[in-house]
Design a protein around this ligand. Structure first.
Ligand SMILES: Nc1ncnc2c1ncn2[C@@H]1O[C@H](COP(=O)(O)OP(=O)(O)O)[C@@H](O)[C@H]1O
Ligand SMILES: [Mg+2]
Length: 237
């Protein structure tokens, strides 16, 4: 099966004043449709930069980045944004919810931005499934500050997946959560991956969190230095 995400010789150099920061120095990564991949590595090794490029938020300095058959490095900003809206859901460490909107309002905004052409009935069905899976039905009318950190991250995940994107990109999604809430959030990602076959790439510092994936990619200094398959034991059955 052809990969849903593919990078070839991807480089990214940031220019800070007169200094060049080589954040990515030739990354070759291939992710199969429906795969769950974790990315690990020390702070500053380029993980977020890679994720942002995969998701079309940043344009690389050189190399190719193919997302579901489309080369993000070769298209203009508008088209890249369009591909991102259709295909990618982002989950960040800081939940990035709109504080003045309720959970429901945050989700409706995501549906609106996606601009999808689904019927009302279809939209309602997608919402029902996602909210049920994430256990959020009773929290829909709460604003972010009226929710716990774990609940806020579940709303953020719901927002990322409400339009059922093919790919979910998560940048340290449990970085601000205690261990109990981390476990809940990781469990939700595993379920989204297995139930809806959504491809997931998740950055994490936590080896236990990384081990819920099917493959762990380790980065150092702008490069992939190792790939391994975790012993997932009973975690995913
Ligand atoms: N917007 C930016 N401008 C300049 N340098 C950046 C920017 N974003 C990241 N960097 C630098 O690029 C390198 C990789 O950063 P990042 O991708 O955030 O790593 P990680 O997520 O692994 O901590 C670091 O040296 C960081 O300081
Ligand atoms: Mg980062």
């Amino acid at each position: 099966m052809s990969p849903i995400l593919l990078t070839e010789d991807l480089t990214m150099t940031y220019h800070v004043g007169k200094v060049d920061v080589h954040a990515l120095r030739g990354v070759n990564l291939s992710v199969a449709p429906g795969e769950f991949v974790s990315i690990m590595g020390p702070s500053g090794c380029g993980k977020s930069t890679l994720l942002h490029i995969l998701g079309g938020l940043l344009k690389p300095t050189s190399g190719r980045v193919i997302v579901d058959g489309e080369d993000l490095a070769a298209v203009g900003d508008a088209q890249r944004t369009d591909i991102r809206r259709r295909k990618i859901g982002f989950v960040f460490q800081r939940f990035n919810l709109f504080p003045t909107l309720t959970a429901d309002g945050n989700l409706r905004l995501a549906e609106h931005i996606h601009g999808n052409h689904r019927s009302k009935a279809e939209l309602a069905e997608l919402r029902r499934e996602v909210l049920g899976l994430l256990g959020l039905e009773k929290k829909l009318h709460h604003k972010p500050l009226e929710l716990s950190g774990g609940e806020q991250q579940r709303v953020a995940i719901a927002r990322a997946v409400i339009n059922r994107p093919a790919i979910i990109l998560a940048d340290e999604p449990t970085g601000n959560l205690d261990s109990e809430n981390s476990e809940i959030v990781l469990d939700m990602l595993v379920r989204l991956n297995s139930q809806f076959r959504q491809t997931i790439v998740m950055i994490t510092h936590n080896p236990e969190a990384a081990a819920i994936a099917e493959r762990i990619v380790e980065m150092r200094d702008g490069r992939i230095i190792r790939e391994s398959q975790p012993d997932r034991g009973a975690k995913r059955g």
